[in-house]
Design a protein around this ligand. Structure first.
Ligand SMILES: *Cc1c(COP(=O)(O)O)cnc(C)c1O
Length: 374
C-alpha cells in the first residue's frame, strides 16, 4: 500500500546516504569472513548453558541484576588467569558485544565538539560510533607494514587534542599487534591532553607468544580502557557479550550512559555458564593459532602474476593477503567455489579467517584454482 502524501522522514541529514553495517551473511559451505571460532560448543557445555538459562527463566518476571556483579566477578577471574591482571569487579564493565562497550565509551567521553582519533586501516565500526555520538572523527595512517609510527601518532594526538583514542591490537583487518612502547607513548601523550585510550583487544587470546596485553599497563594509566569480547576466541559470537577493564572511575562514567538493565538475565546466565566452561570453549585456540601460522606460510609461498602474495603479520585468527589487481574477482571466484572470505581493508587485499583444518584446506584449494585461472 502506498500513501501518496507520506511526509519525508525527518532523518538526520548525515545519515541520508548511510547503509547498515555488516558483512554478507551467505549460506555457503565454508564461511571464513567474520573471524568466528569455527568450533561450536560441546554438548556438555550446551547442557550447562541450558540449565543456567532455565534457572534464569524462572525469574524472568523480574528485571535482571542491573550491575551484573556476579558476571563482573567471573570476568575479573578470567582475566586474572588469562593475563595475570588483578582486577576488582568495579574495574570491569560489560555490554552486548564489545561494540556496545565502545559505544558506551564514546557516549561518555566523545560528543559534540569533541574528537576521536584512530589509525587506518582499522575496524570499520569505529567511525560509526563517532557518527552516532556526534563526535568528530580523525584518522592517522598506519605505516606500510600496518604498524603505527609512534612519533606520528604522538604528533597527531598533540595536534588534534582528542578526548578518545581508539587502538585495535591485534588490529582488524590487518592482524597487527602493537608493541608496548607504542601504546605507552600514546598513553603518555593522551594523559597530557587528557584523552581516554581504548585498546581494543578483541583478538587478544590469539596473540603470539611474547606479544603483551595492554592489561599490564592498567595500574599505571588511569585513562586506559582495554576491551575484550567473548565473540572470537571464546567461541560465543551468538551470545553478544563484550567487556572491558579500566579504572573504577572510568567504569562509573559508563554506568551513567548505559540503558538500565542492558544485559538481560538470559545473557548474564549464558555468559556465566560459558565462563565456567572456559577450558572447553578455549580448547581450540592453540590449534587455531597453529592453523593461522601454517596458513600464513602457505599464502606467502603462493605467486600471483609473477610476484609472491603478501600477507600482513598477524596475531589474530585471520590473515590479510594480497594484493590483487581485481580483488573482487578473486573474492567472487572463491565464493563460486563455496568459500566466503571478506572483501575489506586497503585496495587489493582480502581477509580470510582461520577455520577448521578442512575449511583451511578448502580455502587453499579454491584459491589455487582461482589464481591458476588468471
Ligand atoms: C569482532 C571485533 C570486535 C568484537 O565485536 P563484538 O561486538 O564483541 O562481537 C571488536 N573489535 C574488533 C576490532 C573486532 O574485529
Amino acid at each position: 500500500m502506498t500513501t501518496p502524501d507520506a511526509p519525508a522522514l525527518p532523518l538526520r541529514p548525515e545519515l541520508a546516504d548511510e547503509v547498515p553495517y555488516g558483512a554478507p551473511q551467505l549460506d555457503v559451505p565454508v564461511r571464513l569472513n567474520v573471524n568466528e571460532n569455527p568450533y561450536p560448543p560441546s554438548e556438555a557445555v550446551v547442557a550447562t548453558i541450558a540449565e543456567h538459562v532455565a534457572q534464569a527463566a524462572r525469574g524472568l518476571n523480574r528485571y535482571p541484576d542491573r550491575d551484573f556483579d556476579a558476571l563482573r566477578d567471573d570476568l575479573a577471574s578470567y582475566l586474572a588467569v588469562e593475563s595475570g591482571a588483578r582486577l576488582d569487579r568495579s574495574q570491569v564493565w560489560a555490554a552486548n558485544g564489545s561494540n556496545e562497550v565502545m559505544l558506551h565509551l564514546l557516549q561518555a567521553f566523545g560528543g559534540p565538539g569533541r574528537t576521536a582519533v584512530s589509525f587506518a586501516p582499522t575496524y570499520s565500526m569505529y567511525p560509526e560510533y563517532a557518527r552516532d555520538t556526534h563526535t568528530r572523527w580523525v584518522t592517522g595512517r598506519r605505516a606500510e607494514d600496518f604498524t603505527i609510527d609512534t612519533a606520528a601518532a604522538v604528533a597527531l594526538i598533540e595536534a588534534e587534542r582528542p578526548s578518545v583514542v581508539l587502538l585495535a591490537s591485534p588490529n582488524n583487518p590487518t592482524g597487527t599487534a602493537l608493541d608496548t612502547r607504542t601504546v605507552e607513548a600514546v598513553l603518555e601523550a593522551a594523559t597530557r591532553v587528557p584523552a581516554v585510550v581504548v585498546v581494543d583487544e578483541a583478538y587478544a587470546e590469539f596473540r603470539r607468544e611474547g606479544t603483551p596485553s595492554a592489561l599490564a599497563l592498567l595500574d599505571r594509566y588511569p585513562l586506559l580502557a582495554v576491551t575484550r569480547t567473548m565473540s572470537k576466541a571464546f567461541a560465543a559470537a551468538g551470545l553478544r557479550l563484550g567487556y572491558l577493564a579500566a579504572s573504577s572511575e572510568l567504569v562509573d562514567a559508563l554506568r551513567v550512559v548505559r540503558l538500565p538493565y542492558h544485559l538481560s538475565a538470559v545473557t548474564q546466565a549464558t555468559a556465566r555458564a560459558a565462563l565456567a566452561h572456559r577450558g572447553s570453549l578455549l580448547a581450540q585456540v592453540a590449534d587455531l593459532r597453529a592453523g593461522r601460522d601454517e596458513l600464513v606460510a602457505w599464502l606467502r609461498a603462493q605467486r600471483v602474476d609473477g610476484r609472491p602474495l603478501r600477507v600482513a603479520d598477524t596475531d589474530a585468527n585471520f590473515a590479510l593477503f594480497g594484493t590483487f589487481d581485481d580483488r573482487h574477482a578473486v573474492w567472487q571466484g572463491l565464493l563460486d567455489r563455496g568459500v566466503l572470505v571478506r572483501e575489506t581493508g586497503p585496495a587489493g587485499w582480502l581477509r580470510v579467517s582461520v577455520g577448521t583444518p578442512a575449511e583451511n584446506q578448502a580455502f587453499k584449494d579454491a584459491l589455487t584454482d582461482v589464481i591458476g585461472e588468471k
